[in-house]
Design a protein around this ligand. Sequence first.
Ligand code: SAM
Length: 282
Amino acid sequence: MKASHSFRARKRLGQHFLRDSSVIRQIIRRAGFEPDAVVVEIGPGLGALTFPLAESVRQVIGIEKDSRLTEILKDRLIEKGIQNVTLVNQDVLKADLGETARPFGGRILVIGNLPYNISSPFLEKLIQSREVVTRAVLMFQAEVGRRLVASPGNKQYGAMTVLAQYHARISPLIEIPKEAFHPPPKVKSLVVELDFTRPHPTRAGNEEAFKKVVKAAFSHRRKTLINSIKGTFSEWRQDEILLGMEKSGIDPKKRAEMLEIDDFIRLTDGLDCFFDKARASC
Ligand code: SAM
């Protein structure tokens, strides 16, 4: 899909439009959406993914922040007589995906060639919306995509990896070269699938605490776990943190990047008394 001549791409909205039709076909094929699927597309832009999607699923809801694009795409959809696409002119970070899903039985799929600057907040939003989003197929800057699929011991493995892999099974689908876009971005992209119907099998007793512990553990990558945890929760007593770590069988001298998701779950359980509001300490 070529950008309209009268249209100037806005950098701050991450406007890099897919123009390689074989890449577009590949993304739609690998997404594997069923014909009766209801798919929410994030940032449809000029419709590179929207048109082939509309042909292959029941309903598409496009959420686009740039009103100029919503208008152009609306006209193009009318021109082609496409009736199963609804466009919403909105910032997706402010959208309520639960409300979006309600008319369709409360379950949606998500696809998006994401503007790079909203990757992290959008991931958080998706995780919060996991009750209604069954699966998401998203294109990220390759480095962010690799972080999502990283394993322990790898330098890309971080808090984002652990929190995302705790809530969804994540698989890399396709690497996309810069030349597939207009204008081309500075880096390669990676399409990743997040399957929220297959979360990590072991669950934390207190998921809010789990999130805080994971973020604290990775807050200072070069420090040991005990120092990172102490650094974030300065009001906690060190001897009590050490006792909690001993209880969970986690070596306080390890670094966060060596811990598996199950280790973080055990660590959170070992420190759970700190999160009990009724107690000042453990
Ligand atoms: N899907 C189109 C494609 O593949 O050619 C466009 C992808 S472009 C990388 C990102 C799109 O997201 C742009 O259309 C941009 O205007 C839109 N966008 C940027 N920030 C947004 C936000 N917060 N909410 C919704 N759409 C956004």
